[in-house]
Design a protein around this ligand. Structure first.
Ligand SMILES: Cc1cc2nc3c(=O)[nH]c(=O)nc-3n(C[C@H](O)[C@H](O)[C@H](O)COP(=O)(O)OP(=O)(O)OC[C@H]3O[C@@H](n4cnc5c(N)ncnc54)[C@H](O)[C@@H]3O)c2cc1C
Length: 378
């Protein structure tokens, strides 16, 4: 690569792209109007769970499965560049059922997993209670999907920022950012501190991607914020060892004993307040499935904005403006999809590969796009 790349947005998506590009020799600058890694990428639960999410969209599922396979090596690369550990655990995800209908639905999920060659354990009541004794006694059975797991996404964000800097990436704060382009190609970005020329600019602004100033309407992805509230309990370390899905809530452990309870899914614009109704609903559902958690202190609550799209797929790849790329709209799976997104966007910028991004392009909105290989290589 022989030109400068600017990434707008220092969430996990923008940072992972910058890290990957810098590893391939590109000169990369990342601009964010906030603190790197502090938006949705900080608020998320960190589950790496393409099968648990039971995504019906084959292209999205394939990308999630590919990303899950890439995670250990990705984490290792970031760890060796940063010297930090993001606490990756791939020991499976548990689903608990409390009545016959819920158990039947888990059995249907198990049948779909078997068809895909995914390994799992169907758990009867006694084996589930003996492996997860903190679950309520009225649990009737469950399912454990092997190979899925979680990462501490807050640690991963800090780690990726450090790893980017170690690879020579500049991460800059800019209170205002506007894309500059002529009729054909991107020129760079103008921030409150001046103009930065670039061969390529990547819009990685998460839930705010449609608000980024400058691009013509044909380059604006229809991304909208989907609010998610969560809270954390202080639980004994290793009480809950694996992410566990209960009806209406999920629990995700952390190595320091925090037990995350998530998450609401709300259309509330850019509001990130934590509401009584949100917290009440999460605690009600969590304690219905696991009354033994009732005495633990609530230590934290927060809300974040998932970048949602009309069809649930992210927008990845080229736009009608040469050199202006999209990497946004990852909705519920951006932490999972970060390494696969980074690899594909870097391939595209190097003028190779990128075919796997076709289902995620603006063309699905009817937008006419240039030939990606000819127009994006820098
Ligand atoms: C409650 C909750 C639970 C979740 N759980 C999971 C999970 O278990 N697993 C999973 O894979 N995903 C999960 N997600 C989804 C995941 O967090 C997101 O898909 C992912 O973090 C999106 O990353 P991003 O980098 O695109 O966006 P963000 O992390 O939101 O980063 C976008 C960045 O762009 C910056 N920005 C925006 N506009 C501008 C601008 N104009 N100029 C400069 N900078 C700008 C912002 O300041 C921000 O830093 C969850 C999300 C939430 C909210």
């Amino acid at each position: 690569m022989d030109g400068d790349v600017v990434v707008v947005g220092a969430g996990l998506i923008g940072l992972a792209i910058a890290f990957e590009l810098a590893g391939r020799g590109a000169a990369v600058r990342v601009f964010d109007r906030g603190e790197p890694g502090r938006a949705a990428s900080w608020a998320g639960a960190g589950m790496l769970a393409p099968y648990t999410e039971d995504v019906a969209d084959e292209a999205l599922l394939a990308m999630g499965v590919s990303a899950l396979g890439q995670y250990p090596a990705f984490v290792e690369r970031v760890r060796s560049a940063s010297g930090l550990d993001p606490h990756l655990h791939l020991d499976g995800i548990v689903h608990a059922a409390y009545d016959g209908a819920q158990l039947e639905s888990l059995k249907r999920l198990a049948r779909r997993l078997r068809e895909r060659g995914v390994t799992f354990d169907l758990l009867d009541r006694s084996s589930l209670v003996s492996s997860e004794p903190w679950l309520g006694t009225d649990v009737v059975g469950g399912l454990c999907i092997h190979g899925e797991g979680y990462v501490d996404n807050r640690r991963l964000g800090r780690m990726l920022a450090a790893a980017c800097i170690a690879r020579g990436v500049t991460i800059a704060h800019a209170s205002s950012v506007a894309i500059e382009c002529d009729e054909r190609r991107v020129l760079g970005i103008r921030t409150n501190v001046g103009f930065t020329a670039a061969q390529a600019v990547v819009n990685a602004c998460g839930a705010w991607a449609a608000q980024l100033v400058g691009p013509p309407p044909s380059c604006v992805p229809p991304v909208e914020p989907i609010k998610g509230q969560m809270l954390a309990l202080s639980a004994p370390v290793s009480l809950v060892r694996r992410p566990t899905w209960l009806p209406g809530a999920y629990l995700v452990p952390r190595d320091d004993g925090r037990l995350l309870v998530g998450a609401t899914v709300e259309r509330a614009g850019f509001d990130v307040s934590v509401t009584a109704e949100g917290v009440h609903g999460l605690l009600h559902n969590a304690l219905a499935g696991a009354p033994s958690l009732a005495g633990f202190a609530v230590t934290e609550s927060w809300a974040g904005l998932r970048p949602g799209t009309p069809d649930g797929r992210p927008f990845l790849g080229v736009t009608p403006i040469d050199g202006l790329l999209l990497a946004t709209g990852h909705h519920r799976n951006g932490i999972l999809l970060a390494p696969a997104t980074a690899r594909s966007i870097a391939d595209l910028l190097e003028g190779k590969g990128g075919d796997e991004l076709e289902p995620f392009g603006l063309a699905r909105l009817g937008t006419k796009l240039p030939d990606s290989r000819r127009t994006t290589a820098v």
